[in-house]
Ligand binder design. Sequence first.
Ligand code: PMP
Length: 347
Amino acid sequence: MSTWEENVRKVVPYTPGEQPKERKYVKLNTNENPYPPSPKVSAAALSFDALRLYPDPAASDLVHAIAEYHGVSDKRVFVGVGSDDVLAMAFMTFFHSGKKILFPDITYSFYDVWADMLEIPFETIPLTGDYRIDPADYARDCGGIVFPNPNAPTGIALPIEDVRSIISKNPNVVVIVDEAYIDFGGTSALTLLDEFENLLVVRTFSKSRSMAGLRIGYAIGSEKMIAYLNDVKYSYNSYTMNRPSIIYGVESIRDDAYFKETVEKVIKTREAFAEAIRKAGYVVLPSSANFVFASHPTIPAKEIFARSREAGFLVRYFDKPRIDNFLRISIGTDEEMRAYADFLCEI
Ligand code: PMP
């Protein structure tokens, strides 16, 4: 009998939120932006004929536009296929000591998947009773640290002084701050970049820039860190950024007015939605993201999830210890959120 299967790398993959095709839902389950990308994106000139050519492996135009936006040199910017790609590359590049890396027990559920896949040992640090990151828990010997700010799926932001405290107590390892949701609240760690050479800030175009379908993520760090990341990238796949992503990404980041307008709308809707369901008795954690994490004191989240689905509202439920009585609800348009708030209040 053939034994080829014995030598297969066996992993437990990440489970992304559903992208249903069987019926039309009000889709509040994967933290997408309800508004379209900047109109400048649709006006961008994309040459069909140019698609026969490989893209610029350095994605220089996109790197430059991002660098310009943040007021840093191009050498401090790394781009990838969504922040998932950037984070995976960063894990591969910086978490190589053989020591355990640290991240919260309740957090983005891709971190443990990458760690397992890349054979990086890790330890999860419990959030406090009120679902917060306590910086004191991260003042210890480790192989590196990663956490989202605001955290997911709680939506709770970590004050910048606490972020500084975590980095300053870990000068000998890389600290990755995953700022997928930072545009919706919280204070960015970008302001700490000049203080710490071991800090990597990771961002995405998927949420606040309405471009989840295009797959653009980036990291900003010291020139040295970005050079190390590029070495790993060029050892893996030179052409991660395709031509449309480069062209559309540049247009998106240059349209700051549209970006600010849509982000403001999402924040306003989030606050109105949270208030409406709090009035009906739901507990909503204070969110700085484009979603809220909510539970009801008597109706189990699993039941609300199932009934929401039946009624045509798709939200995210995690069947995991400590959070199995919560629902993560992405913020849609005002109309969608009013309809879902009415539904939640009714049940
Ligand atoms: N980080 C966090 C905390 C996320 O929730 C997500 C979205 N699933 C990502 C990173 C990855 O987003 P993307 O790959 O679309 O940039």
